[in-house]
Design a protein around this ligand. Structure first.
Ligand code: PBG
Length: 325
């Protein structure tokens, strides 16, 4: 009886050379898997650097065509668009108006590069004065009025040319409301990528600055408690029942357990969002000489694929498209 353990078994046999290691690699990340989140600001002339996210700029609306063309030329094939609104009100109504920022930026992007896959973040926090993701009543975000408006915004986005909508408000029933709204208008082919397990995370800090969102208070009554895993599975599986085409876990690295558990329970494609705070940590640590940026990016995105992600939203997407891995 030969033992199947050491010294017969030696795992290092398959790690000897670069070629062999490449042959043995179980997962890979390519530019095809990545979505680039971008911020578009109205009423400004120049690129506005986001100081907490080195390398990220808010794009002036009037320069969007040029920027989208440049991104496409770099190899970016999918963008997630966020508006930086100067016309905020209590409901976020500018986001569903036909001449509002959200619809204008989608039209500009699709005009500039018709083959760019344009995803519209489906939420209100960038368009409301109070910074909450919906209608506030008695100090609380009103669920059912908000989902009606989310459907309205989704229809406006798809009408303007968006290829997909991504509801991120964490309202109950938002996916089914949006699906019904789109279907009623005949947009039966417009897919929904649901931010389904979205946590009330401290990693969104730099995004709030980037998106010009000055939220007072927090989102704990609608986004999930970061310490809950089972509840995240319920959230995501409910979104699947409501008709989501793709489920998303957000943030990324601290929630790989949720992604891996979800991978075992659904056949839907899964996305993960490497959020602003994760990006900032890598950028600032690399700038301080503590880590090698490229290798850490490869490792973190690779870990997301390994945990079960099909798609990854990352602010590194453009660099990767340009420079490769
Ligand atoms: C809001 C939204 C947020 C992010 C994406 N969509 C912020 C929030 O929920 O507070 C965060 C993205 C990031 O941090 O990179 N609908």
């Amino acid at each position: 009886m030969v033992s199947s353990a050491f010294p017969v078994t030696r795992l290092r046999r398959l790690r000897k050379t670069e070629t062999l290691r490449n042959l043995m690699r179980e997962t890979s990340v390519t530019s095809n898997d990545l979505i680039y989140p971008i911020f578009v600001e109205e009423g400004v002339d120049n690129l506005q650097p986001v100081t907490s996210m080195p390398g990220v700029n808010r794009i002036p609306e009037k320069k969007l065509e040029t920027e989208i063309k440049a991104m496409y030329a770099d190899g970016v094939r999918a963008v997630m668009m966020f508006g930086v609104s100067h016309k905020k009100d209590v409901t976020g109504s500018d986001s569903w108006k036909h001449d509002g920022l959200l619809t204008r930026m989608i039209k500009r992007a699709k005009n500039a590069a018709p083959d760019m896959f344009v995803i519209s973040d489906n939420c209100f926090c960038e368009y409301t004065e109070h910074g909450h993701c919906g209608i506030v009543e008695d100090g609380h975000v009103h669920n059912d009025m908000t989902i009606t408006n989310l459907a309205r915004q989704a229809v406006a986005a798809v009408e303007a040319g968006a290829d997909m909508v991504a509801p991120s408000a964490m309202m109950d029933g938002q996916v089914v409301a949006i699906r019904q709204g789109l279907d009623e208008k005949g947009y039966i082919d417009a897919p929904i990528m649901a931010y389904s397990s979205k946590f009330a995370s401290s990693f969104y800090g730099p995004f709030r600055a980037a998106a010009g969102c000055d939220l007072k208070g927090d989102r704990k009554s609608y986004q999930m408690d970061p310490l809950n895993g089972r509840e995240a599975l319920r959230e995501s599986l409910l979104d699947e029942k409501e008709g989501a085409d793709i489920l998303m876990v957000k943030p990324g690295l601290p929630y790989l357990d949720v992604l891996a558990r979800l991978r075992e329970r659904t056949l839907l494609p899964l996305a993960i969002y490497q959020v602003s705070g994760e990006y900032a940590m890598i950028k600032f640590a690399a700038a301080a000489g503590a880590i090698d940026e490229k290798r850490v990016v490869r490792e973190t995105l690779g870990s997301m694929k390994r945990a079960g992600a099909d798609l990854i939203l990352t602010y590194f997407a453009r660099d990767i498209a340009r420079e490769g891995f």
